[in-house]
Every structure is written in structure tokens, then in C-alpha cells.
Design a protein around this ligand. Structure first.
Ligand code: NAP
Length: 283
């Protein structure tokens, strides 16, 4: 069984390769990367490294030759990803892969998160092709709150417009372990996993966790999405990024990140890593 992991040099990809190596042997793992130099640590672990950009259909076809399963880790170039993901899916199908596993976003059919349309379009393309596939709908990473941690260190507050919306985030390593569990499963797997942390926390709980981690009081500054975007622009963010952050909080307020259904802990066979643990490591 040969398993290819795309974006293997990314934060998640690197953790997936490690999680696969804990469950299988290096000769069964292919790291598909666009930057050979960045992949040197992966090559040192004994996995095959094959070069292909998501923008290069021919290179992707060569990179996925002889592969049984592909983990397609969603790309990071927002706006280009639907075509890029199609390129990977087409290359996998040409090579006759048995299954594609795709890292998607939570509940994309109903979510208002601004990142969702590209994930939904990729899911729809997978369905159209008829290829066997598994959707790993990853909720937010705990690591996304590294910036909130730094801001809280500087200002003593968490700026948010998420109101009472909860976030069922989980550590990247937990999602990586879940991906490896699906890719190496010998029994049946579900077609869709809504992967998230066991606990969906509120902004007040985030602030109290940051208070613990930093050892100094952190409070919540609740504002409207418009106020949030304006404050972020004032602080030096470009308007697009500020609007993006505010749109994520608006979706959070609607509950788009709140689902904590136990799919992730069931796959990894243990409770998910608590937010406080990841924030302590980041601090
Ligand atoms: N759930 C969440 O909270 C969350 C947060 C952020 C992102 N995401 C999504 O999850 C994915 C994985 O997360 P991550 O933390 O591992 O992100 P990351 O560290 O930024 O990694 C992104 C990976 O995508 C690769 N990539 C980007 N464009 C590519 C292209 N044109 N061709 C080939 N590879 C390309 C990058 O290659 P290089 O290593 O060469 O740069 C990198 O390996 C992200 O790409 C994004 O879609 C989810």
C-alpha cells in the first residue's frame, strides 16, 4: 500500500508523514512537494520525495504514479485552489488510485466561513468524478490562536466579534493522526468525518486559558465585525486581511465552528489535545 501525501512540507503534511511512519514503513510513503530543498528533512526519514506543484498537471501525474491512496492536503493559495485541487484529483484518477482523502472545512454545505467555497467546490468535484474518497472536514487548528496569544501578551485582551460563537478547535497533530488513521485503516471508513476538538470553547474561555498560560489577566473585547476590521486596519493589517478575520468571526458567531461531535477523538482513540496544552507550547 503506497500512500502519497501532498503539501508534505507544510505544517500539517509534515505531521501526517510522521503519523504515517508511526503506523507503517517509509517505503510505503510518498511525499509530494513543490520545493525539494524544503523536503530534505522528509527525505532523511526515508520516504520517497516527488516534486510537483499543484499548478503542474504533468508533474502531478508523474508524482502519483504507482500510488494507491492520496491525501490531498488543501493548498494555501486562496483563489487558485479549486483548479489546483482538480489537478491533483485528475492526476490521481489517471493513475488509478484506490482512494483520495481530502482535508476540507467544517460543514461546508451550510457554513458561511469565507474559506468554505473552495472546499465545497473541491468536494463537489470529487463527487462528480466518482472516485472513491473520504472527506476530513477539519475544524480550526489550536495553532491559529498563536497570534491571539501574542496580541494578548501585548494588550491583555482578545479582540473579537465572535460574540457567543464557540470554536471546537484541535491541535494540528491530532488532525494529522486522524488522517494517518484513515489512510492506514484496514476496515471500513466513513465517507465524511467532521473532525474537531472535544471541547467547543467560548471567547471568555479563550481569555481565561490565555490568562493561565500568560500568568497575567486577559479580558475579551467584543466589538462588531465592522469595528473589528477598522481596528485591525488601524493596527496595520491590509483591508482584505482585516475583512477576512472579521468574516471568520462573523461565521464563528453563527456557530460555524462549534460542532464537537467526537469524530476526531474516535479516530485517534484518545481525547483530543486541550487548547491550553497547545497554547502553553506556543507561549
Ligand atoms: N483548519 C485550519 O485551521 C486551517 C488553517 C490554515 C490552513 N488550513 C488549510 O490546511 C492546509 C494545511 O495547513 P498547514 O498548516 O499545513 O498549512 P501550511 O503550513 O501553510 O502548508 C501549506 C502547504 O501547501 C503547499 N502548497 C501551497 N501551494 C502549493 C502549490 N501551488 N503546489 C504545491 N504545494 C503547494 C505548501 O508548499 P510549501 O511547503 O512549498 O510552501 C505547503 O506545504 C492549508 O494549506 C490550508 O488549506 C487550515
Amino acid at each position: 500500500m503506497t500512500i502519497a501525501v501532498t503539501a508534505a512540507t507544510g505544517h500539517l503534511g509534515t505531521l501526517v508523514v510522521d503519523a504515517l511512519l508511526a503506523r507503517t514503513t517509509p517505503d510505503q510513503v510518498v511525499a509530494v512537494v513543490r520545493d525539494a530543498a524544503k523536503a530534505e528533512p522528509l527525505a532523511a526519514k526515508g520516504v520517497a520525495v516527488r516534486l510537483a506543484s499543484y499548478d503542474d498537471p504533468d508533474a502531478l501525474k508523474s508524482a502519483l504514479a504507482g500510488v494507491d491512496q492520496v491525501l490531498l492536503i488543501s493548498g494555501s493559495e486562496v483563489g487558485k485552489r479549486v483548479q489546483q485541487h482538480r489537478n491533483v484529483i485528475d492526476a490521481a484518477i489517471v493513475n488509478g488510485v484506490e482512494r483520495i482523502v481530502y482535508t476540507s472545512a467544517p460543514q461546508p454545505e451550510t457554513s458561511t466561513l469565507p474559506v468554505v467555497p473552495e472546499h465545497l467546490a473541491t468536494e463537489q468535484y470529487l463527487a462528480e468524478t466518482g472516485v472513491e474518497h473520504v472527506l476530513l472536514r477539519n475544524n480550526w487548528y489550536h495553532e491559529n490562536y498563536a497570534q491571539a496569544l501574542e496580541a494578548a501578551r501585548q494588550t491583555g485582551s482578545v479582540l473579537t466579534s465572535a460574540a457567543e460563537g464557540r470554536v471546537a478547535s484541535a491541535a494540528r497533530a491530532d488532525y494529522a493522526e486522524a488522517a494517518a488513521a484513515v489512510l492506514t485503516a484496514t476496515g471500513p471508513v466513513k465517507p465524511v468525518y467532521e473532525l474537531s476538538g472535544d471541547i467547543a470553547w467560548s471567547q471568555d474561555e479563550l481569555a481565561s486559558t490565555l490568562t493561565d498560560v500568560l500568568g497575567s489577566p486577559v479580558t475579551v473585547a467584543q466589538v462588531t465585525p465592522e469595528e473589528q476590521a477598522a481596528i485591525l486596519v488601524e493596527a496595520g493589517l491590509d483591508e482584505g486581511t482585516a475583512g477576512f478575520v472579521a468574516a471568520i468571526d462573523a461565521a464563528t458567531a453563527k456557530g460555524d465552528l462549534a460542532l464537537a461531535n467526537g469524530d476526531l477523538s474516535a479516530l485517534i482513540g484518545r481525547p483530543t489535545t486541550p487548547l491550553v496544552e497547545t497554547l502553553r507550547r506556543l507561549a
